[in-house]
Design a binder for this molecule. Structure first.
Ligand code: SAH
Length: 217
């Protein structure tokens, strides 16, 4: 495909300058970010901006997250190759593709059917076969496949939804942006001996998590 070489170069620069230079060290995360073709997950009209240091619109008022934030959240999850992962807020499917590259199986929930359809198309174009996109309210989790070794919330939550903590395996990690509708803090919850250890990382801005255990629709 014409232009693939240019995208490849832009992607390697993205990882060098936006991600590795800012302190992301996990070599598996860096390798996944080097391999997944982010330009396949943005609308055609934004392809030339796919490797910019910013989120981009994907339609229906939603966004694909900034590459650096995708890398930071993925690193915080400490994924192992055998892990089963749940993502809330599939959006473009890009974050799910990164998770699928690093783990055994990913379930990604999206509340908007038209966005879920687009994510499935993007994932199949990229040849990612271990991600299942489910339409529904992800604030309730997905008990059918629980427990999960890792859970990632990629929309702004007023609090960590309790059903997600219940569906976390022993030793499991959950990462979520928690705070107000305008500004959140990254939180990592780790389940050990049935207690939850909470750590806080930097400030972030995500679109709202809408649903029963999120913001009212
Ligand atoms: N992970 C995405 C970016 C997330 S954008 C990517 O890689 O592109 C946040 C997404 O969360 C939006 O698509 C929005 O529709 C979805 N969302 C919001 N509330 C949700 C809920 N309760 N359950 C599932 N998805 C939700």
């Amino acid at each position: 495909m014409p232009g693939e070489d240019r995208f490849e170069q832009e992607r390697q620069r993205m990882v060098d300058l936006q991600i590795a230079a800012r302190g992301v060290k996990d070599s598996r995360v860096l390798a996944a970010m080097r391999s997944v073709r982010r330009h396949l997950f943005v609308p055609l009209s934004f392809r030339d901006s796919a490797y910019n240091d910013s989120p981009l619109p994907i339609g229906s008022g939603q966004t694909i997250s900034q590459p650096y934030i995708v890398a930071v959240m993925t690193e915080l999850l400490r994924l192992q190759p055998g892990d089963r992962v749940l993502e809330i807020g599939c959006g473009s499917g890009y974050q799910a593709a990164i998770l699928g590259t690093l783990a055994r199986e990913v379930i990604s929930i999206e509340r908007l059917p038209e966005i879920a359809r687009m994510a499935r198309e993007n994932l199949s174009r990229e040849g990612i076969g271990n991600v299942t996109v489910v339409v529904g309210d992800g604030t309730l989790g997905y008990p059918e496949r629980a427990p999960y070794d890792a859970i990632l919330v990629t929309a702004a939550a007023p609090r960590v939804p309790p059903p997600l903590l219940e569906q976390l395996a022993e030793g499991g990690r959950l990462v979520a942006p928690v705070g107000s509708r305008d500004l959140q803090e990254l939180v990592r919850c780790t389940k050990r001996d049935n207690t939850i250890d909470r750590e806080h990382f930097g400030g972030v801005v995500f679109v709202p998590l809408l649903g029963q255990q999120g913001w009212p629709e």
